[in-house]
Design a protein around this ligand. Sequence first.
Ligand code: ADP
Length: 628
Amino acid sequence: MGGPMGGQFLTEEEKKNQPKVTPELLKRVFSYLKPYTKQFILVLLCIFVSSFFTLLPSIITGKILDDGLLKRDFRALVYYIVLSLIVTLAASLIGVAENYINTWIAQHITFDMRNQMYSHLQKMSQRFFTTNNQGDIITRMTSDIDGVKTVVTNTFSSILSNSITLIIAMVAMFQKNWILALVGIVIVPVFTLPTRKAGKKRWTLTNESQQVNDEVNGILNETLSVSGQLLVKLFGKEKYEYDRYENANRRMIGLNIKESMAGRWFRVILTTFTSIGPMLLYLAGGILMMKYDSDITIGDITVLVSLLGRMYMPVNSLLNIQVEWIRSMALFKRIFDYFDIPVEIKNADDAVTPDKVTGDVIFEHVEFSYEESKKILKDINFTLNAGKSIAIVGPSGSGKSTIVNLIPRLYDVDSGSVTFDGIDVRKLDLGFLRNQVGVVSQETYLFNGTIRQNLLYAKPDASEEDMIEALKKANIWDFIEKQEKGIDTEVGNRGLKLSGGEKQRISIARIILKDPTIFIFDEATSALDSISEKKIQDAIDPIIKSKTSILIAHRLSTILAADEILVVKDGTIVERGSHKELLGRDGVYRELYETQFSKALLEEDGVSELEQYIWGTQPGDEPDDDED
Ligand code: ADP
């Protein structure tokens, strides 16, 4: 009979968050069972047969008494005893089979759900991943879906087997004698309810004492640490702390005594009620037999008593099931809520996949915001012609990364349009579009694995030569060649075994292998030391010169390599032109130049070269600052 376990009652919070069990919700839950209907029917059959077989020995007891013992028929006695044993064994074996099929179904349902969820999450926009806690996402994928397994193997099957057991027991009782059956049906709930009440009381006490226990531990942690003790001593708070501790300690023992007594009372109630039930049945049976001359036999009465004993557990479980049921529904609801998050960025129904692309990108009146109230981009207009390069500069937070994020549709514009080769990016096949764009960002991400694996991620059919060539172009081959395992060197978790610059260059090699139509470098050289920067710069420069590219940069030499410079401030393009034009204009660019670029230059190259930049260099000219 279910003890007062913590799990039996809903917490206040669970009560508040009870999901509404609508037919739609149920239909959705059971839709996951649908592919396994056949197996499910088999489980039902197993449960039915094993419940019946479990009860059968109780019924056979009547035969043992009436036909065996009372009639002094030894053969019948042995026969019924053996039958009873066989039936019990069969019930257990069928139980094993039921368990197996049940587990199988549960595993397959969670398998389906996990895959479905994973695929759904993959379609989620960048917005989803930036606004949702990664921990929450993982919990939904793992523990919540794991919970479903428990629901299927425990909750559902317990509801079924207990209901079936009860129904069979009741039918059997009514067949024996309807009056006694009625007495039994009244007895069971009347005697189950008080035990539940006692259990609840004990559960409340356990909770309370847990709280006080936490409090006591808190005091100990605070005051028995080095710094805590120092504080207590210096402020002369020994007495105060002692009183506080003693008080909590006293409350705890009070609760502990109550709790263990509640356990006692609980057991007393339990044993009394479970033994009163049979007594009442014997009494009622006796009255029928002796006062009303009924033809009820001793065996019948024994069977009824035995069946009654078998009913407590299912009734108790079914009373608890309500709690489990609510929890299960809440679990499903949580999972479904995730499934119902709309896919923000999806392939248009009439998405096109052009055969050939050149790579023109046009932004027209683009407006964008991450959150409704805060506009990030305002009326962005620019054209990037195939083969050309644009540098975007501006203070941090001005919206530079946001602009480039719109090209591979990490986000969609609020209004205006981004077109690629004259086609709105929202009309292009998403896979195709993203294949055309290669991004190297400041935060390079390498998967845990070897350099080779990370490269093959971009181009699964790349040959050894392709890879080496890309690594050479990315200025990282020298380093890799020196490694013991060469291209099969492990990069470590997220590439942590490599320096920032090495990671960057591997990710540049990855993009070179991918060979997209448009290259985007998002502050690829920031946060690196100047030697690393230089190597990356050398790797990037030829790409900028020959490919359609956008670079967000803070380094003058990178900016100078671009054909056009866009100056972004507060989400709008405030200036555009060549380095020289912009410098002459005494605007944001000039200010940036004086505060940022030249500072970087000073640190790196000394004053004379700075002078050279300011007065001599043409946009697009490569500054020759490359003595390592
Ligand atoms: P930049 O690249 O110029 O430094 P960003 O484009 O990264 O600027 O950011 C522009 C503005 O948008 C900033 O104010 C930033 O706080 C905000 N922002 C960037 N990413 C997000 C995001 N995922 N959710 C909400 N706001 C964002």
